[in-house]
Design a protein around this ligand. Structure first.
Ligand SMILES: [Cu+2]
Length: 132
C-alpha cells in the first residue's frame, strides 16, 4: 500500500511539473530571426510551448534522440503560412517560416503503429503560439 502511494505521488509530481512548464519565449537574434531548438522523444517535444512574434522569420532546429523509433514534425497551419511535415533524424533538421497570423497552432508527431495510440495521443504534441 505504501509503495502504491509513493508511486502515485511520483506520478502526480511528474505530471504537475510537466503541466507547469512555462512557455519558451523565442528571442529575436541580431539578424532579425527568431531561433529555437527543439527535441522530439518518447513521447514529447521539448520545449512543449514556444511563443514567437508575428511577421518575424522563425528558424526551428529539431532533432530526435530516439535510436529506432521514427518521429516526424508536423505543423499544419496554412492560414498562418506554416506547413511542415518532415521526418526527424538524430541530426538536427532546420525549418523556416514566417508566421502571418496570431494564434495557437499544434506541433505534433503523426507517427502511429497500427492498432496502437498515435504518438500524438501519447503526448508527442507541443504548442506554437504566435503573438503580436
Ligand atoms: Cu513520434
Amino acid at each position: 500500500m505504501k509503495t502504491l502511494l509513493t508511486f502515485l505521488l511520483i506520478v502526480m509530481t511528474a505530471f504537475c511539473s510537466m503541466a507547469a512548464e512555462p512557455p519558451t519565449i523565442v528571442e529575436i537574434d541580431k539578424d532579425g530571426v527568431q531561433r529555437v531548438e527543439m527535441l522530439g522523444s518518447e513521447y514529447f517535444f521539448k520545449p512543449g510551448h514556444i511563443v514567437v512574434k508575428i511577421n518575424v522569420p522563425v528558424e526551428i532546429k529539431v532533432r530526435k534522440d530516439a535510436l529506432i523509433v521514427p518521429h516526424d514534425f508536423v505543423i499544419s497551419a496554412p492560414e498562418a503560412g506554416i506547413s511542415i511535415n518532415e521526418s526527424l533524424s538524430r541530426d538536427p533538421k532546420t525549418f523556416f517560416f514566417t508566421p502571418g497570423k496570431v494564434g495557437k497552432y499544434p506541433i505534433y508527431c503523426s507517427k502511429k503503429v497500427p492498432f496502437m495510440k498515435s504518438h500524438r495521443e501519447k503526448g508527442m504534441e507541443a504548442l506554437l503560439e504566435v503573438v503580436e
